[in-house]
Design a protein around this ligand. Structure first.
Ligand code: MG
Length: 350
């Protein structure tokens, strides 16, 4: 989309950042047109207006179809810990998983590349798509390829759409936290965003930093088997700060978090300080925020910590009836609101 008159609003990078400016753009362009208001997550209906990680729609026999879609434009396409192929599969599998759909039925994969792009390079990306599909237990069943003119695109774009069918009662929205629910983070936060940015900026931390990009459907299944998960979100663009604020405001409750309990890798913390970026504000591609019924919190935490992807899982706070819609961080020295980043310091992060 480009500006065609001098007064019209034009897109900025912050419109793609996953936080408030993107949501208002989506509201005016899409929600106002396509949303209806018959959402009932407990009956397996989650529509566009929910702006959840995906949509759920009831079909016959008390089951719901769950669908999500995402276009991936990460720069560079190959980064420490993964590449755009792994990201494209994990990103979509994970959005399904945090809707409660941990067994994806099928995946689509559409590529947009430019003339002159090396076929070997594309082959290596598709090998990564294949490997990651195997990790997640899903297959690509249809797709599309478009080739743009030379110079029309400065890197590959991969769109994936994921489909699953689940019992309607097992759909988990990001909006159903209740007062008292425990908040569990599945591992260290900020790894993907800080690894990507360090790689781009060539700060010398690269050797020790890796993206966490991975499918989390097995991890989510482990949590759901251990106890009652009330709400979930994968903290991608905008990081944990954005995901927690969304969960609080959509659930109409407050969150109180113990900042020192939030796991951050030591090298990520150092790199983030040099870069002047809060690890809570940047993308994760292999992590989950769980809201868990307080009675089941210990069981879910233990089950996660026994899983290879959940070793660093931590109980970081709880939902409260105070400061509705907001997230309060107890820093150990005082309390402050955790706000979501207005825009994104890091375009093309996922
Ligand atoms: Mg998501």
């Amino acid at each position: 989309m480009t500006d065609t008159d001098e007064t019209g609003e034009v897109l900025t990078l912050s419109h793609g950042a996953g936080a408030s400016s993107m949501r208002s753009l989506i509201d005016s362009l899409a929600v106002s047109r396509f949303a209806d208001d018959d959402d009932d997550p407990s009956a397996g209906t989650v529509g566009l207006a929910a702006l959840d990680d995906g949509a759920a729609h009831p079909i016959q026999g008390d089951r719901s179809v769950v669908v999500t879609t995402d276009s991936h434009v990460v720069d560079p396409p190959r980064f420490p810990g993964g590449d755009i192929g792994r990201l494209a599969v994990a990103g979509t599998v994970n959005d399904l998983a945090v809707m409660g759909a941990t067994e994806p039925l099928m995946l689509t994969c559409s590529l947009v590349v430019e003339e002159g792009y090396h076929v070997d390079e594309l082959d290596s990306i598709m090998a990564s798509v294949e490997d990651t599909c195997e990790d997640a237990g899903v297959q690509v069943t249809t797709g599309d390829t478009k080739v743009m003119g030379s110079g029309d695109l400065d890197g590959p774009v991969i769109n994936t759409t994921g489909v699953a069918v689940v019992p309607s009662g097992s759909v988990v929205p990001d909006s159903a936290l209740s007062v008292g629910d425990a908040i569990i983070v599945s591992g260290t936060v900020g790894d993907h965003g800080i690894a990507l940015l360090s790689e781009r900026e060539d700060f010398g931390f690269e050797g020790d930093l890796e993206s966490d990009v991975a499918p989390v459907n097995d991890l989510v299944r482990t949590a759901a088997e251990a106890g009652r998960v009330t709400a979930m979100k994968d903290p991608t663009r905008g990081g944990v700060a954005t995901a927690l604020n969304e969960m609080a405001s959509k659930s109409d409750i407050g969150l109180e978090l113990d900042e020192p309990a939030i796991p951050v890798d030591g090298t990520v913390a150092s790199a983030a300080e040099v870069l002047g970026i809060d690890p809570l504000d940047v993308a994760n591609e292999g992590k989950v925020i769980f809201g868990v019924d307080a009675e089941d919190a210990d069981a879910v935490l233990e089950a996660l910590q026994d899983h290879p992807q959940g070793r660093d899982a931590a109980l970081v706070g709880h939902a409260t009836d105070e400061h509705t819609g907001r997230v309060v961080l107890d820093t150990g020295f005082g309390r402050r609101y955790l706000s979501e980043p207005e825009g994104e310091a890091l375009p093309r992060i996922c």
